[in-house]
Design a protein around this ligand. Structure first.
Ligand code: NAD
Ligand code: MG
Length: 407
């Protein structure tokens, strides 16, 4: 099994008994869906640690409900109220970046990495270094430091299970014993809320329209990434690392219904796909129960009712993020780190109404053009590249020339 650090396919200790789980990013969309599944399976899982960034009330309520042993709040300003809210419960409380890493180091045998952005890198790595099962939703971790993360997986013997619906689909139909027989993988993309919009129409779109995804209910950042199609570009890089394939073997096809979650094409002409309703509880349940299966309440597919599934070529002219991510992956080195950091900064600025929709990709492109490409040799080096890209992107946001580029 390629994603298992030491080549294990099945580890018996995960089949029976109660799993201790930790959720990094427990208050978010993925975290909430994970907890929904745990709530339905109270005998199968016990919660070790939960984390959140600023929603200390939500975190306190979850900690009490699931009787967590430890909670960590990223924003240290919320330490006091969180601690007060949990006083007398015996639940340990931590705050700040170190506490997020501490949560990941706690003795869980399954960790959900569902923080958004590069902020999840250190906690996710801490979980990986413990050699346990890590369910990875936080794709930015692989985009910004894929080679180093995969090296850590191999070194520790951790099992990395993809949560992202496309990668989870591929994982389910990818024959790891016959990688040579795999011609290519095909990532499906919904096309997002602006799939049929012209560039002129996109220029008028604000945060409310961009986060209104037609099929999926998700956090704000990934929703904007879906609207720019940067999400699919990040997923291309994620797939490259997870399945160890060159980008020439990774295709993207727009499939507006989000029913086929992705496909693997074999040399004999067979194409295997995984289908399901667009509900993240299906891929999360796959990772929670792995290598077994568990029940999920996701709506069932009614193929006759669906009647039609459609497919389109992606358009890299209207969605320059698709081109930028392919270029960054081809350039290698720190280019994906730079792309990811600049995108995080630009998406945040867009959500704050400081830049227009089309300027997101433009800022990413300018940042990539401006900064030197280096080969990141350590996580500390990744942080330097990430910081530099954030600073450069912020400078472009504050500069009035943004918005002048024609695509
Ligand atoms: P979200 O915004 O709903 O939740 C993010 C979580 O991370 C929250 O618990 C938040 O408190 C925490 N967080 C945010 N910033 C943080 C920081 N700086 N430090 C520590 N914690 C922080 O996001 P989401 O939609 O749940 O997505 C989480 C990750 O999963 C993202 O990487 C996203 O790309 C990926 N993903 C999400 C979906 C989906 O359907 N939501 C699907 C596939 C992949
Ligand atoms: Mg996805």
């Amino acid at each position: 099994m390629a994603l298992t650090g030491d080549g294990r396919l099945v580890d018996d200790k995960f089949v029976d008994g109660c799993r201790r789980v930790t959720i990094l990013g427990a208050t978010g969309s993925i975290g909430t869906s994970t907890l929904d599944l745990l709530r339905r399976n109270p005998d199968g899982y016990a919660v070790e640690a939960l984390t959140a960034h600023s929603d200390w009330q939500g975190l306190a309520a979850l900690a009490r409900e699931f009787r967590a042993a430890y909670v960590a709040i990223g924003d240290e300003r919320h330490y006091q109220p969180l601690q007060q809210a949990l006083s007398g419960t015996g639940i340990e409380v931590g705050a700040g970046a170190g506490a997020l890493v501490e949560a990941a180091k706690r003795p869980a045998d399954w960790v959900m990495a569902a923080i958004v952005g590069a902020a999840g890198l250190e906690p996710t790595l801490a979980a990986i270094e413990r050699g346990v099962v890590v369910a990875l939703a936080n794709k930015e971790v692989l985009v910004c430091a894929g080679d180093l993360v995969l090296t850590a997986v191999k070194r520790s013997g951790a099992t990395l299970l993809p949560v992202d619906s496309e990668h989870n689909a591929i994982f389910q139909v990818f024959d790891f014993a016959q990688v040579g027989a795999i011609e290519k993988i095909i990532l499906t993309a919904s096309g997002g809320p602006f799939r049929a919009a012209s560039r002129a129409q996109m220029a008028q779109m604000g945060p409310a329209q961009a986060v209104a995804h037609p099929n999926w209910s998700m956090g704000a950042k990934i929703s904007v990434d879906s609207a720019t199609m940067m999400n699919k570009g990040l997923e291309l890089i994620e797939a490259h690392h997870l399945f160890q394939l060159p980008q020439e073997k990774i295709d993207i096809v727009v499939h507006p219904q989000s029913v086929i979650h992705s496909l693997v094409a074999y040399t004999d002409g067979s194409v295997l796909a995984q289908l399901g309703s667009p509900d993240m509880r299906t891929p999360i349940a796959f990772t929670l129960a792995w290598p077994a299966r568990m029940a999920s309440p996701s709506p069932r597919l009614d193929l006759a009712k669906l009647a039609t599934l459609t497919f389109e070529e992606p358009d890299p002219i209207r969605f320059p993020s698709l081109r930028l991510t392919r270029e960054a992956l081809a350039a290698g080195g720190s280019a994906p780190t730079t792309l990811n950091a600049a995108n995080e900064v630009a998406v945040q600025a867009f959500l704050e109404n400081r830049i227009g929709f089309l300027e997101i990709a433009e800022i990413v492109e300018r940042t990539l053009e401006t900064l030197p490409n280096e080969v990141p040799e350590s996580i500390a080096h990744i942080h330097i590249c990430d910081r530099r890209a954030r600073d450069a992107a912020m400078a472009f946001i504050d500069r009035p020339s943004v918005g002048q580029r024609a695509y």
